[in-house]
Design a binder for this molecule. Sequence first.
Ligand code: HEC
Length: 118
Amino acid sequence: MASSLSATICGSGFQPQFAPGTALPQLVAVCLVVMLAGCSTAGKPGGTSLPDMDSAAAQTFVSRCSACHAVPHPGRHSYQGWLYLVPVMEQRMAERGMLPLTTEDREIILVYLQENAR
Ligand code: HEC
């Protein structure tokens, strides 16, 4: 039962032998590291490899979207996804008393995201 669960997590029919409570956390940790590594092929750590990094639009995007977390890569979401997410982020800014996006900033950021979304 437990080993079939682990096989599902890791895929590919791997059948681990483990003493309950000892090896399982390690196994889960290894699986997580593998999964996270698989997710991070777009963009280097530090998030400096954005499309058109020198453009004014990219600068606006970086300056408004990196205050609370690393700036996300535009290819991380579809344009539809960004249309949903940017207002959520504006809400987070309001919650923290940050200056809201101006109409112009929002326009620049959304056009930049649209051009570079997946
Ligand atoms: C005021 C702080 C703040 C600012 C500024 C901010 N964010 Fe976020 N962001 C958050 C928080 C908090 C989360 C965690 C998820 C949540 O609470 O909604 C998050 C999560 C995210 C995520 C991950 C969620 C997902 O579904 O992938 C993305 C992408 C993102 N933000 C993009 C942006 C963009 C684009 C901007 C600029 C328009 C931005 N953020 C500006 C606070 C902020």
